[in-house]
Design a protein around this ligand. Structure first.
Ligand code: GLU
Length: 304
């Protein structure tokens, strides 16, 4: 069988199984996913009130929070298809925030929203807030609000392990590079590396499937996301080069709901102080191999 066929018929179904079930391929040690017993339990605020936030009031009447997340990003936001459970660092941040707003974990409904649909989901009230590798920038601030940042990532490149030519973004001329529609990495490639041949999908996991089957030469997005895919199949994939952007992750809120935005800034500061943030990181994103960094300073920007 040709190598491409081997990948398509043998390895791809295995990768899919690994990504979906979170366990190793036969004969190799199981890939460790977040273990429920390692995750912190966040203290749920009692008697919390936020009458100035229409989002919070709506959630209180409903009796639960609706939180937008990703479902295919290892160690960040991942959905176990069998149990329907979400796990990862972004999911933990979402739970910390919920606890501070007075909601128990079972009162959170997670909703998968792709990169390109985040602003509309927040604008038309489909979700109360969003936690999913969401870069804060001025353009997006015109459409939504951001609490945080709670993490600093940087754009990077994922290639097949046998790739020799691509070592950084300057090697992308004439190469097929996949990223998610509506993402900042996609926009940066378009703007700053116009010789790359861009391919866009809704999600990065589709890009990774395309990489493994030789449909594209590289996947580009945040290092935090790519390291997770590489950690799941290290014999097939590697992250190359040094990060070439700054991607501060924020919690997206409806624009204008500054009461909610500031409450989440306060909540984040409290969970960073009491050790929850670090414990959550170590039990999730830390599993892709990078020790816990110091969280970036919270940018409590003024109401506009
Ligand atoms: N952080 C980048 C963004 O917000 C890339 C990751 C993503 O698409 O969620 O666009």
């Amino acid at each position: 069988m040709k190598r491409t066929r081997v990948l398509r018929t043998v390895l791809l179904p295995l990768l899919t199984a690994v990504l979906l079930v979170g366990c190793g391929r036969p004969g190799s040690p199981p890939v460790k996913g977040p273990q429920p017993e390692d995750l912190p339990v966040y203290q749920v605020a009692t008697d919390f009130r936020l009458p100035d936030s229409r989002t919070w009031e709506r959630a209180r009447k409903r009796g639960r929070l609706v939180v937008g997340v990703k479902e295919d990003q290892p160690y960040l936001g991942e959905k176990d298809p069998a149990a329907g459970r979400y796990s990862g660092f972004d999911i933990e941040i979402a739970k910390m925030m919920a606890a501070s707003l007075g909601f128990r974990p079972e009162q959170i409904e997670f909703k998968t929203i792709a990169s390109a649909n985040r602003e509309t989901a927040l604008q038309n009230g489909q979700i109360d807030y969003y936690v999913g590798t969401y870069t804060i920038n001025d353009n997006r601030k015109k459409q939504v609000g951001f609490a945080g940042p709670y993490f600093m990532a940087g754009q990077s490149l994922l290639v097949r392990r046998d790739e020799k030519d691509i070592k950084g973004p300057d090697d992308l001329a004439g190469k097929k590079v996949c990223s998610a529609a509506g993402s900042t990495p996609y926009q940066r490639l378009q703007r700053e590396y116009p010789k790359a041949v861009l391919v866009a999908y809704d999600t990065y996991s589709i890009c990774v499937d395309n990489l493994l089957t030789y449909q594209v030469d590289a996947v580009s997005t945040d290092d935090s996301i790519l390291l997770g895919y590489a950690a799941k199949v290290p014999e097939e994939l590697k992250v190359v080069g040094t990060p070439f952007s700054k991607e501060p992750y924020g919690i997206g809120v409806p624009r204008g709901d500054d009461a909610l935005r500031f409450a989440l800034d306060d909540a984040l500061a409290a969970h960073e102080r009491n050790g929850d943030w670090k414990k959550a990181y170590e039990a999730t994103l830390g599993l892709s191999g990078v020790p816990a960094p110091t969280p970036p300073p919270i940018d409590r920007y003024p109401t506009s």
